[in-house]
Write a protein that binds this ligand. Sequence first.
Ligand code: SAH
Length: 220
Amino acid sequence: MSFDSETAERKMQFLFALRSKGVTDARVLGAMEKIDRGPFIRGLFAERAYQDMPLPIACGQTISQPSVVGLMTQALKITARDKVLEVGTGSGYQAAILSQLARRVYTVDRHKRLVREASEIFRALDLTNITALTADGSFGLPDQAPFDRIIVTAAAEDPPGPLLAQLKIGGIMVVPVGQSDAVQSLIRVTRHETGFDYDELRPVRFVPLLEGLGRDEAQR
Ligand code: SAH
């Protein structure tokens, strides 16, 4: 097979796997067709970039499974006017998908190295509507709040209070909730005038939301 037809075949299989796992929103599928997962995975695991599995990245973290990225993005119901906060930049892949659907994306990670490496990819791909910052995302991003949408890609015991507070009325947050290593539940929180609605979407497994900055940074 030629290089081009191999690439096309791989992409078709990637999109087929997404659809068969329930990613059906045309805009989300379009974004995932456009943004190549390959550049977000370095080293040994790069050749598995188009398989529907989570993979190890730097700082002992993981890039999420593509179908989970798709399902979380779909659950957010993003519109083109939205300002979105992502907690847990990791590889930057999820933020890149969000950047195709939203007006503005802020993404934070407690590991400076991950933020630096993801920012380099955003620059190379000319994704100019993403800002990546090193911060403890449990406190949100008060300077840029409130947000239309918030996505947390690490598991918390409960949806963090500051994130609920930084969600606009009418806003939606998607967050995996539960003890680390146990089965977690993906929760969608919708903010109304008078409070919050919660719906449970599906079981998931994420790395834990941790306090403070990564140790590599704290020591500098
Ligand atoms: N969305 C990522 C995957 C994230 S893995 C992707 O598309 O590749 C979870 C990330 O959450 C890790 O990079 C971890 O460092 C980060 N994290 C954990 N606790 C955090 C916190 N309190 N604040 C910010 N980031 C956090």
